[in-house]
Design a protein around this ligand. Structure first.
Ligand SMILES: C#C[C@@H]1N[C@@H](C)[C@@H](O)[C@H]1O
Length: 441
């Protein structure tokens, strides 16, 4: 093992109450909201077919014109209560909000920059209103913070000379001050989700990423920090040069999930984040985005996929420029939440089912406290039957379709094919969306 000063702070997953709470949540609501929601992927009358939050870069918008958007950020239809109600409808147990994205605009009145909510027509503290509304509903709030900052004069992508090093040191000092400010202003926040740490400048300053994690955990005991913040002594990211995960959970899965049979992923905590349109985190009004919204059952499949490998699933919402949630995204939240309302016991507090092989037609999940195993059928075979291969030597005693109130375990027909292989006829099993069976073994 190399002797690292800024490597991983532990070899095994955290088992404290705060981490167990985060792990058990399984379903989170990501929210990307900022000035980019105003143009919503369109500039000078033309749709820019790229992620809406990247518009200033992709459309090469002059800085002063981008900053002028702050004057239009009136929050005319922003209502934190309504946003929080969308999280309740989704069945989300936590929410992660973009405090500052790559353009540098802050959703709180920061003392360390002039580019923030305080200098907009409403002057409202969006973060403060959101923390209050979500926590009033028992939903934990996490903060997304982009280390990358296109606006700040001291930001550097690479460090070519002493001048760059001096400037970037000033930038890191600014960012640290903002993070201390966030921790002091909103001490009830439960986690920090860092982004924008891929550039050479950050990788060359692993010490700073280590210091940020240490500072936050000192000021907010129990706070959860994603691996994407971290670089070690040699610039290794997420996983240090000794192969150990940095931060508290792996956060490299962005708009992608691990292979469903890759049980190695279950060795540590992780989270996948996902857009509802194909490829935009901020609200994008164009058909390029709006024609690609995910089906609720695809979202359910991803939630079960992540749970089956011991990961969380963070579904992103991009509110519109006036602060209203996009109706199509709210509808998807409602449908997914209704499914979770019936089948959530197979998701919340569940994880990897040791000894159960990936079945192909869906996923096995296991309740981490009771040991109950569930079969989540998201890809019904053409035959209308699924094969349940139990761990060797295990017997299937019965199975109950969740949501079919009153059905005893052995109500649903199944038969042994051979050994520990059983076949379940799905005929007659009805439920809105993917079927879930609790297995009695
Ligand atoms: C690149 C990039 C960023 N990472 C995602 C979580 C979004 O914030 C996107 O803009």
């Amino acid at each position: 093992m190399m002797d690292l000063k800024y490597g991983a702070s532990r070899e095994k997953p955290r088992e404290d109450a705060a981490m167990k709470r985060f792990r058990g949540h399984r379903v989170g609501q990501f929210i990307h909201w900022g000035l980019y929601a105003l143009p919503a992927g369109r500039w000078e009358g033309k749709d820019v077919e790229f992620a809406a939050e990247f518009l200033p870069r992709v459309a090469k918008i002059p800085q002063h014109r981008w900053e002028a958007l702050a004057n239009d950020f009136t929050l005319a239809d922003f209502d934190a209560e309504r946003w929080a109600d969308t999280a309740v409808a989704l069945g989300a147990r936590y929410m992660t909000i973009t405090t500052k994205h790559h353009d540098g605009f802050c959703l709180w009145p920061s003392a360390h920059t002039d580019f923030h909510m305080g200098n907009t027509p409403s002057g409202r503290d969006v973060l403060g209103e959101l923390v209050a509304a979500y926590e009033a509903r028992g939903i934990d709030v996490n903060f997304y913070y982009s280390v990358l900052d296109w606006r700040h004069p001291d930001w550097r992508f690479t460090l070519e000379n002493d001048a760059d090093n001096l400037a970037f040191a000033r930038y890191l000092d600014f960012a640290m001050k903002q993070l201390v400010e966030l921790a002091e202003r909103y001490p009830s926040v439960k986690g920090f989700w860092f982004d924008g740490t891929w550039d050479e400048s950050v990788k060359a300053n692993g010490w700073w990423t280590w210091e940020v994690e240490r500072m936050l955990k000192e000021r907010i005991p129990g706070v959860v920090v994603n691996s994407r913040l971290r670089a070690d002594d040699f610039g290794a990211r997420h996983v240090d040069s000794n192969g150990l995960l940095m931060g508290d959970y792996e956060s490299g899965y962005e708009r992608r999930l691990p292979e469903p049979w890759d049980r190695s992923v279950a060795a540590h905590d992780w989270e996948a984040c996902m857009t509802i349109p194909q490829a935009s985190w901020g609200y994008h009004q164009g058909p390029w985005a709006q024609s690609t919204l995910k089906h609720p059952w695809d979202v359910v499949d991803m939630i079960a996929h992540c749970t089956s490998l011991g990961g969380n699933f963070l579904l992103n919402f991009g509110p519109r420029g006036d602060g209203s949630m996009a109706p199509a995204e709210v509808e998807i939240a409602r449908t997914v939440g209704q499914w979770l309302g019936v089948n959530g016991e197979a998701i919340y507090g569940c994880g990897f089912a040791e000894g159960w092989e990936y079945p192909g037609w869906g996923y096995f999940t296991q309740d981490s406290s009771t040991g109950q195993v569930f079969a989540v059928v998201t890809r019904e075979p053409a035959s209308g039957r699924i094969r349940l291969e139990l761990p060797t030597g295990m017997e299937l005693v019965g199975l109950q379709l969740l949501g079919s109130a009153g059905h005893p375990f052995n109500e649903h027909p199944f038969k042994r094919l051979a050994g520990s292989v059983f076949e379940v006829d799905l005929g007659g099993a009805t439920s809105a969306g993917p079927l879930v069976f609790a297995l009695e073994t």
